[in-house]
Design a protein around this ligand. Structure first.
Ligand code: URA
Length: 443
């Protein structure tokens, strides 16, 4: 077999067999097929697409390219949750303890962020002493004992995807539905979950800007999960503005704690309840979404979700007193208000611009080596639909060491991110559709 023939076949709209896909993935992993040939193949896939069988085969080949985690020592149905990435998305911080409090074990391996704000691991490290590194035995023991653990990916999970994703990033081939779907699902399959709840973001701050594309991506991922024997559902949720008000690591932990107490932002609470309900249904703890929602709400109201978070923090070496007193989490030294130039109503808040502004302040990494400042970020004051007068504060920058030019750039980005309309803006849907193996339900 020769890579050039397979590139040509895909370029001309052909279908690659399982053996041909295996040849490309394994050859690339071993360094036998060079970057330039895989770049050409990825571009051919970008334009020609792949059918469901090819996408499933690519997923499996990448899942099998490294370690595969066996979660079977942990009792119960292990449900994983994955978001395709959004600004201000701290749902894992809320859902891990909330869902565990309801009896579904959460054995979560998370990532760090590159660009924008940090990832879930960075956020959790805002809590003094919190460790995201532990061995498999300890990980299983913690999930067995308290029902939840969130750790960094250890070992060698999906190295083929790691290599291919990095190449796609620099060859303009990220935004391809079969390539995104196989990339995400290969990691979920290798991480060993029995069932998977996907949060596919749609809108200006998401990979997929339109609802139709987001649904197509969700369907591709649900198909893969279903064919590989993992019960998989996808929720399509809004990313035409950041989720919640806080963007930045400690700011997001504070908001997560508020949400576990039932005092968080309405949009964040609602997305958590929707995703959490799906997790409970797949985890066999509720017969339907309505029952699941009332179980979750009861764990917020009786304090057991917050208590579960404290147990998780303590088990991972963190200082649980900071959960009681979030003011003791890292906080910035300076606060700069960004004011509206004109009056009207907030029409949208470009999530990506807000994410970049937070990164400029030091909340995210520009390169893998960048040091994150856990305290800094952006606290939004107004969200979509809110009325605004000229001179009102739109958002507050939480600043420490960023230089004058970076702060000015961040300020300009935040101002640019807010689109103000002269007309009142009707409430925006938070969740647009649910995709399951049985089809698409639009809300
Ligand atoms: N996230 C992933 O893990 N892979 C993609 O291709 C895109 C988003």
């Amino acid at each position: 077999m020769r890579a050039v023939d397979l590139i040509q076949k895909k370029r001309d709209g052909g279908e690659l067999s399982r053996e041909e896909i295996a040849f490309l993935v394994q050859g690339y992993s071993k360094g036998e097929i060079p970057d330039y040939q895989i770049s050409a193949w990825a571009m051919a896939v970008y334009f020609r697409g792949m059918n469901a069988r090819e996408t499933g085969d690519l997923t499996l080949e990448m899942a099998m390219s490294g370690d595969q985690v066996d979660l079977s020592p942990i009792a119960g149905i292990k449900v994983d949750k994955h978001s395709t990435g959004g600004v201000g998305d701290k749902t894992t911080v809320v859902l891990a303890p909330l869902v565990a409090a309801a009896g579904v074990p959460v054995a979560k391996m998370s990532g760090r962020g590159l660009g924008h704000t940090g990832g879930t691991l960075d956020k959790l490290e805002s809590i003094s002493g919190f460790s995201v590194e532990m061995g498999r035995e300890q990980f299983f023991a913690q999930v067995g004992e308290i029902g939840a653990a969130v750790i960094g990916q250890s070992g060698n999970i999906t190295p083929a995807d790691k290599k291919l994703y990095a190449l796609r990033d620099v060859t303009a081939t990220v935004e391809s539905i079969p390539l995104i779907a196989s990339s995400v699902m290969s990691k979920k399959i290798a991480a060993g979950a029995d069932a998977i709840v996907l949060d596919v973001k749609t809108g200006s701050g998401a990979f997929m800007k339109t609802l139709d594309d987001s649904i197509a991506l969700a369907q591709a991922m649900v198909d893969i999960g279903t064919h590989l024997g993992r019960n998989t559902v996808a929720v399509i949720s809004d990313m035409d503005q950041p989720l919640g008000f806080g963007i930045g690591n400690a700011l997001e932990i504070k908001e997560g704690i508020e949400t576990l107490k039932g005092q968080g932002p309405k949009d964040l609470q609602e997305v958590c309840l929707i995703l959490g309900s799906q997790m409970l249904v797949l985890g066999g703890k509720a017969k339907d979404e309505a029952e699941a929602r009332s179980i979750l709400l009861s764990h917020i109201e009786d304090g057991s979700a917050l208590e579960k978070f404290k147990q998780m923090v303590t088990a991972q070496g963190g200082d649980a007193s900071q959960v009681e007193a979030p003011d003791t989490l890292p906080s910035a030294g300076r606060f700069i208000e960004v004011k509206a130039a004109s009056a009207g109503y907030v029409e949208s808040i470009q999530a990506e611009e807000i994410g970049v502004a937070a990164m400029l302040l030091g909340a995210g990494r520009e390169t893998k080596e960048s040091q994150i400042d856990l305290a800094v970020g952006i606290q939004l004051s107004l969200k979509v639909g809110d009325a605004v007068a000229a001179g009102d504060t739109l958002a507050v920058l939480h600043v420490n060491n960023a230089g004058v030019s970076k702060v000015q750039e961040a300020e300009a980005k935040v101002l640019e991110a807010y689109r103000i309309s002269a007309e009142p803006v009707p409430p925006q849907p938070l969740v647009f559709a649910l995709v399951t193996k049985d089809g698409v339900t639009r809300y």
